[in-house]
Ligand binder design. Structure first.
Ligand code: PRP
Ligand code: URA
Length: 209
């Protein structure tokens, strides 16, 4: 079964309290989403393979290590975009793909409207991002698209995960590790929102409600 990592870091706890607060406005919400995404990427890159490189310091040659895999970020549009700058702060050279999905408000099933990925995506370790893992339908479908394009190494990053979504991903994609800044262990409400959650992430990032 895949790993579920839920952060217990004091910085992330503090920032999650601000994200959950209904009084937090669009500008601050967007900034904090980026910060939490950076902190989460720090954890999610911990096991990446390394290679030795020789670096000439002003004094002598040092044996150093650098990441030994090609990387890509793939945000699930639209809310996943809110995490991209935070990830690029740490990995500025990563390629970026986009998968456009929205959740049908009645069926809660994901509907695809866009997919554009780097040509060599199958050679890359892909960080798939979406702030919310609720029913898991969107992430499940996006992972399916990536696997259909030949991607073998996928790591899913979200700000808030719910039990239902985690169980769905672990059942359908046991090879995909999940990194979440926080986890809400309970049922979704009648509209498919995580409880207590933080509301509609896309609307809060982009100020559309
Ligand atoms: C939200 C969120 C996820 C999805 C999660 O997107 O950003 O993509 O719902 O729910 P699920 O786990 O039940 O699939 P939404 O459909 O609201 O679209 P948006 O990103 O355009 O706001
Ligand atoms: N999508 C969101 O933006 N929020 C939720 O709580 C569930 C899905």
């Amino acid at each position: 079964m895949s790993k579920l990592f839920v952060s217990e870091h004091p910085l992330i706890h503090t920032k999650m309290a601000m994200l959950r607060d209904e009084q937090t406005g669009t500008k601050e919400f967007r900034e904090i989403i980026g910060e939490v995404a950076s902190l989460l990427l720090y954890e999610a890159t911990r096991d990446l393979p390394l290679k030795e490189v020789q670096v000439k310091t002003p004094i002598a040659t040092a044996t150093c290590k650098t990441i030994d895999t090609k990387l890509a970020m793939v945000p699930i549009l639209r809310a996943g975009l809110g995490m991209t700058d935070g990830l690029l702060n740490l990995l500025p050279a990563a390629k970026i793909g986009h998968i456009g999905l929205y959740r049908d408000e009645t069926t809660l099933e994901p509907v695809e409207y866009y997919c554009k990925l780097p040509l060599d995506i199958e050679e890359r370790t892909v960080f798939l991002t979406d702030p919310m893992l609720a029913t898991g339908g969107s992430a499940d479908a996006a992972i399916g698209f990536l696997k259909a394009r030949g991607v073998k190494n996928i790591i899913f990053l979200c700000i808030l995960a719910a039990t239902e979504g985690v169980e769905r991903l672990q059942k359908n994609h046991p090879d995909v590790d999940i990194y979440a800044a926080a986890y809400d262990d309970g049922s979704l409400n009648e509209h498919g929102y995580i409880v207590p959650g933080l509301g509609d992430a896309g609307d809060r990032i982009f100020g559309t409600k």
